[in-house]
Design a protein around this ligand. Structure first.
Ligand code: SF4
Ligand code: SF4
Length: 607
């Protein structure tokens, strides 16, 4: 039979199918009582809005461009989250599930819901929450499993010096090799959440990208846009950025600080200098005095120079750098790193007048008369005493002068601090660990052994210090008495016998006020012939006259300023760093940069 005859009979042949059992079943109540989809069905999306951080990684990976990050009405900004959330276009979605596989916060999955009938095309474009497309909380279908994991959740390991490090001041963290750095950079999903949390708003995804692209000159360029202390921050920044890293929700956060360090340690010297100096512009008319050469002063001075101003930095110590030169210990922050950062700032044309204390060698009024604006970045430069019995004994030492003296000893311009064989440190913050771990090293050098105890109000899980300080301190042989409060420095025959401590039951009272309570039956004497106090720092305002002191200081010893650090009643005066915000290095860098911009606005507005 030829094809013509076949087609003549085909309508009649179709009738025979009427007698057969249908393959596709028309379920009349399908919308009321739908058949459940199979396990791991890829239906409409559900997104747990309490977990979603708006990182946008789902949108980035989507091969059909079906996901857009859109503003959400009434959303309250939270640190560690962006303000937009993903909306899905089912005209484009191919239900591949890649968005679920890569979701950083584990908030996104696909439901077993597969029915949606509407003549409103807009209803196929919606922002899912946990109740899905029809607000009915359909059962969960497809979720990510081990095989479909797309993120690299484990950090590239960092090499450290072993425990023998405790008898030297050699730098502990060795830094990444090129391949490790590239692999670590590849873990970043470039969401930028870290940038929002960094006090200096550093261009983090951009410089991480530069590591991945092996373009370290570009990395330096990105870093110097917001931070001229890259070597210092690459080592001792408090890395608040890492606490919010998107990858940290399911794994280890990207090693942002170590990647910054990789860039500054490995960029070619000429590239480094060229990129760091690139933004220094032609001179403009204006002269600014910066008081203090710590992080805030250095940052303000550098950015004022990039804007073309003449800048003179007044520093009371013999060398510039403040806390980064005299505070942070060498094993965490080598001298060469500090010199490299200060060198860039000097090369940019900033002048330093060291061994010149404002308020003693030159007054604030004299600075006001000789300069167009003055920036104060004097920091919290004094150790705070704890006035327990015996605190005024000559063998009670303080963190700031002790650390400064040790740095001079390592620089071979000062004597070794007079360290006893048995010592106790009071405090539980990073500075207390700096003191304790420095003491261990000095004892090892002097006596060939060490015995350092630490007493802190907080228990080991609630110490203000970074966890790595605790771990490394214990590794180095530190004896920790955590949750033991200092009661008295015990003195016998004119010599310190030890520190008396009591077990802490609670630090705050029911109203949340600082009011420690103790177990009167758990009292110890931590035998030692020296006690080191490291319970906090305070500012020194020798340069203010009484009137300014009364007018400007707030309760916490900081200066009240407007945005950009300007002092309202003295518009020529600006302030930043610990005396305004912090205390930490990156807040110093950020406030110094903000003030440089504000000083520029002020001086330009006067023209
Ligand atoms: S990847 Fe996850 S956390 Fe990020 S925006 Fe998408 S749903 Fe939210
Ligand atoms: S480092 Fe973390 S938070 Fe920052 S851009 Fe990369 S993934 Fe996002």
């Amino acid at each position: 039979m030829d094809n013509k005859i076949k087609s003549m009979f085909s309508p009649i042949r179709a009738w025979k199918y009427l007698m057969r059992t249908p393959v596709t079943i028309a379920k009349k109540d399908i919308f009321v009582n739908p058949r459940e989809a199979s396990e791991r069905y890829r239906g409409f999306h559900q997104n747990d809005m309490t977990k979603c951080i708006g990182c946008g990684t789902c949108s980035e990976i989507c091969p059909t461009a079906a996901i857009n990050l859109v503003p959400v009405e009434g959303i309250v900004h939270e640190d560690g989250k962006l303000d937009e959330r993903p909306a899905f276009d089912y005209g484009r979605c191919s239900f591949c599930g890649l968005c679920v596989d890569i979701c950083t916060s584990d908030s996104l999955n696909m439901s077993k819901e597969y029915l949606h009938l509407s003549i409103d095309a807009d209803s196929f474009y919606f922002m899912p929450d946990s109740s899905g497309i029809h607000k009915t909380s359909a059962k969960v279908g497809y979720t990510r499993d081990e095989i479909s994991e797309l993120l690299d959740l484990v950090r590239q390991e960092m090499q450290h010096e072993d425990e023998s490090r405790r008898s030297s001041f050699i730098e502990i963290v060795k830094g990444y090799a090129a391949l490790d750095a590239k692999n670590e950079a590849a873990r970043c999903v470039a969401c930028g959440i870290c940038t929002n949390t960094c006090p200096a708003n550093m261009h983090i995804p951009e410089y991480i990208r530069a590591v991945f692209d092996e373009d370290l000159k570009e990395g330096i360029r990105q870093i110097y846009k917001t931070n001229p202390l890259a070597n210092v921050c690459g080592r001792i920044c408090t890395h608040k950025c890492e606490t919010v890293c998107a990858i940290g929700h399911r794994g280890e956060p990207v090693a942002i600080r170590w990647l910054k360090r990789y860039i500054v340690d490995n960029a070619d010297a000429t590239d480094y200098n060229d990129a760091a100096q690139e933004s220094v512009t032609a001179p403009v008319n204006g002269k600014v005095a910066v008081v203090g050469s710590g992080p805030a002063g250095l940052s303000c001075a550098y950015y004022l120079r990039t804007l073309g101003y003449e800048v003179v930095v007044f520093e009371s110590q013999a060398l510039p750098g403040g806390v980064i030169r005299y505070g942070g210990p060498q094993y965490r922050l080598p001298e060469e790193s500090v010199l490299k950062d200060i060198g860039v700032i000097e090369n940019a044309g900033v002048t330093f007048k060291c061994s010149t204390k404002v308020g003693v060698d030159i007054t604030l009024d004299e600075l006001r008369d000789s300069f167009d604006a003055v920036f104060l970045g004097t920091g919290f430069s004094l150790s705070r005493p704890l006035k327990i019995p015996g605190y005024d004994h000559e063998d009670v030492q303080y963190a700031i002068p002790f650390l400064a003296q040790t740095r001079d000893y390592i620089r071979e311009i000062g004597p070794m601090p007079d360290v006893a064989e048995k010592v106790t440190v009071i405090g539980g913050g990073n500075v207390a660990f700096d003191v304790a771990r420095t003491l261990i090293r000095l004892q090892e050098i002097k006596y060939g052994k060490s015995f350092v105890q630490m007493a802190s109000l907080e228990d080991s899980e609630h110490l203000p210090a970074d966890l790595e300080e605790l771990e490394e301190g214990l590794e180095e042989g530190l004896h920790g008495y955590f949750a033991y409060g200092p009661m008295a420095v015990k003195v016998e025959d004119g010599k310190i016998k030890g520190l008396e401590v009591k077990k802490v039951l609670s630090i705050f009272d029911e109203e949340g006020r600082f009011n420690p309570s103790y177990d009167e039956h758990d009292v110890k004497l931590l035998e030692s012939s020296q006690v080191y106090m490291a319970i906090g720092q305070m500012p020194e305002y020798a340069y203010f006259n009484d009137e300014m002191r009364d007018e400007l200081l707030t309760k916490r010893g900081q200066i009240a300023v407007t945005d950009g650090g300007q002092v309202e009643s003295y518009p020529w005066l600006f302030a930043g760093g610990d005396i305004v915000r912090g205390p930490d290095i990156i807040n110093g860098v950020a406030t110094g940069h903000d003030s440089a911009k504000a000083i520029d606005n002020y001086l330009q507005s006067k023209k």
